[in-house]
Design a protein around this ligand. Structure first.
Ligand code: HEM
Length: 180
């Protein structure tokens, strides 16, 4: 994944726990990179190793790390570094989610070598929607849960995010029901 992702994990750890904790996470992870360059692609393993090391260092299941990182990605990385892009996604939560399937098309203009997730929508109601998440990567479903709840916070719209279908149970993708 592009360095921006690893950099965001670094920012999350430093903002919440300080520089020393980040150094501890890095040495625990075995990742031998001094600093991440946002627009340079890195091996996915680096991201997984960092997330795993944060979990071990904080005594937290890695799923909880990924969920917290999803919220951070929306509320800090997205809103603060790519405010225009986030705003163009929609003027309210429902519109943003309806537009989600095409969101990474614009991200690809900034990061051309992106391997983006694929999203589809169904069951679009006044107060809920089903978000279908397809990915070549494994183990990121709790990251998606955090992203979806982060979007709720961004739009000041309290949400409930429910995983109703998953690759763990033999499906070929995850389905989240988002209600508000
Ligand atoms: C300005 C906002 C955003 C930017 C700049 C961005 C950029 C990126 C980048 C660079 C990656 C790593 C993939 C790679 O390097 O190959 C990524 C992955 C991902 N993004 Fe976004 N993204 C944004 C918003 C969102 C939103 C709003 C969602 C969903 C609610 C989302 C869902 C994901 C997921 C789930 C992945 C993991 C990849 C996978 O599952 O295969 N992103 N994004």
């Amino acid at each position: 994944m592009y360095g921006i992702v690893n950099k965001a994990i670094e920012d999350l750890v430093i903002a919440n726990f300080g520089e020393d904790k980040w150094e501890a996470v890095k040495s625990r992870s075995g990742v031998d990179v001094d600093f991440f360059i946002s627009n340079e692609p890195y091996d996915d393993d680096i991201t997984y190793q960092l997330a795993g090391a944060v979990g071990e260092e904080m005594n937290m299941p890695v799923e909880k790390v990924l969920e917290a990182f999803g919220e951070w990605w929306i509320l800090k990385t997205g809103k603060e570094k790519y405010g225009g892009l986030m705003e163009a996604g929609g003027s309210n939560l429902r519109d943003f989610l309806i537009n989600l399937p095409i969101f990474h098309n614009r991200v690809m203009l900034i990061y051309p070598k992106l391997t983006p997730p694929e999203f589809k929508t169904s069951h679009i109601e006044a107060n809920s929607i089903h978000i279908h998440y397809f990915s070549k990567r494994h183990g990121l479903q709790e990251f998606v849960r955090g992203l979806l709840s982060g979007l709720g916070k961004m739009y000041n719209t309290p949400v409930e995010v429910e995983l109703i279908q998953s690759r763990d149970e033999g499906s070929n993708h995850e389905v989240f029901k988002v209600s508000w």
